[in-house]
Design a protein around this ligand. Structure first.
Ligand code: ZN
Length: 159
């Protein structure tokens, strides 16, 4: 069966950036599973996978606008350490919610010094052109639960 809306698809992939550095991967033994047609993957990936069959291999290149967005400098900057008065410790890699003109955003701590904390509200892959090499490992119809939850269950799925 080809991949259509409400297919549960398992796929292996290698994700590399423009420089060829591997950012993420899953092999055919431990593929990633998703429910097709519910926005679980970024739109460009779902579009490329639609209609594919088990065993199909494809390579796609997604510019930032079709992946995790353009890097927005307004979402990154240094804030006084005192702004984190509620937190016991502030360390690189920790995530906090912060108020932005557009509402609350999750920011990741990039740097901490004596008085300042540099935070970044961009997705870690914002600004990156993504290169995916994909192999479709399996395709099956979704269960009722999966369609209700809007994600895939079982190996490689959500839970
Ligand atoms: Zn579920």
């Amino acid at each position: 069966m080809p991949i259509t809306k409400n297919s549960v698809v398992a796929f292996a992939y290698t994700l590399t950036d423009d420089g060829g550095e591997v950012l993420d991967s899953a092999d055919t033994q431990n593929p990633l599973a998703y429910l097709h047609g519910h926005g679980q993957l970024i739109a460009g990936m779902e579009k490329a996978l639609a209609g594919r069959e088990v065993g199909d291999q494809l390579s796609i290149v997604l510019p930032p606008e079709e992946a995790y967005g353009i890097y927005d400098e307004n979402l990154a900057g240094a804030v006084p350490r005192s702004a984190f008065h509620g937190a016991d410790a502030v360390e690189v890699g920790m995530q906090f919610q912060m108020e932005f003109p557009g509402g609350l955003k999750v920011v990741t701590v990039r740097e901490v010094d004596g008085q300042h904390v540099t935070v970044d509200g961009n997705h870690p892959l914002a600004g990156e052109t993504l290169h995916f090499d994909i192999e479709v490992v399996s395709i099956r119809p979704a269960t009722k639960d999966e369609i209700e939850h809007r994600h895939a269950h079982g190996a490689g799925g959500a839970h």
